[in-house]
Design a binder for this molecule. Sequence first.
Ligand code: PLP
Length: 413
Amino acid sequence: MNSFTREQCADFDRLDELAEYRQQFDLEEGLIYMNGNSLGVLPKAAKDRVQEVVHEEWGRGLIRSWNTADWINLPNRVGDKIAGLIGAGEGEVVVADSTSVNLFKLAAAAVRMRQGRSKILSEPGNFPTDLYILQGLEKFQQGQVRLNTVNRNDILDAIDEDTALVVLTHVHYKSGDMFDMAAITQRAHEKGALVLWDLSHSVGAVPVQLNEAGVDLAIGCGYKYLNGGPGAPGFLFVAKRHQEQLEQPLSGWFGHANSFAMRDDYEPAPGIKRTLCGTTPVIGASLLEVGVDIMLSASMSRIREKSLQMGDLFIKLVEQRLSGFGFEIASSKDASIRGSQVSLIHEQGFAIMQALIARNVIGDFRAPNILRFGFTPLYLRYVDLWDCVDALVEIMEQEEWNRPEFKKLTAVT
Ligand SMILES: *Cc1c(COP(=O)(O)O)cnc(C)c1O
């Protein structure tokens, strides 16, 4: 195995076609941020945009801004832009609510479209909110559907004629492993089931082709790789062919055919708009648009290429410099099925991550023993990976993690 040096990493940065994107982000000097898979970094342009939205659109325009600043079309406008990142068409994506709420709306609608079938299929260890929402739906349906979780390698075989819906997270939040979206979607359709993909760790991180894969429904998160800001609204996708049959349970006035006619009876809007519920979070959606615009201006294939090179480099550096310290690599070494992160396993994972954060290198910890490192090619440098591993070497050699202050649990890890 050839071994790398910091100088070589600096050379990779000099050759990096995406290097200039870094200056569009507000990154503190000296900070190494490897947690963009959890909360993306602030785009500098978002600081101006928030001033504009708050001072001009809200402050001056007030209620008029629904028309004059086109607030009313924000969900569709930003949705159509996100469509360009996930292989969807115009009128198939809207920005709305949180990822959790969007999952409830679409999963409930899907079960309705497959009445008589009793199974929702997912995997154990899926992102918690996904399982919790499906458990909630199961209760709400009073025995008509049940959630069935099977290990990820057994999913294909578990899809049967009784399956109404398959709900999976495309890139796993913990391991970073990626499902074969096209193959699972195809099998589901062969059995007459629908699929709903959670793209929270995919959008802006790996190429996604929803329509090419024939996907029915999808949801995703705005504040991770899209850099939409904390609590940014999520998005949802409904394939054109399903839109006129889709009945979602949160039938609020923003999904009405004529929101401002103020009628007593609900009538779903034609098309994707029927998936909306209530008033758009205007500030959040406007800032999300800034992050999406930056992402759209970069080449997704270049992003993927850099992300995979970073993953391979990080794994090699860990093997080269951290062997003997008890780390295990939890992510796939096969880059083709890896998302944009690498996870390590260590029994002292929590304390090691705290020690790393104290050195201004930010990754995160997921119980019970996973250290996650996310690669965000728009603002992460190859030397950052070197410096991160270098900090880990010192933390392990000097047993820095063993200090009491790094063992105190925090509310959010
Ligand atoms: C981050 C994430 C979510 C976030 O859900 P919220 O409703 O925004 O809290 C949902 N699903 C997955 C797979 C995620 O990674």
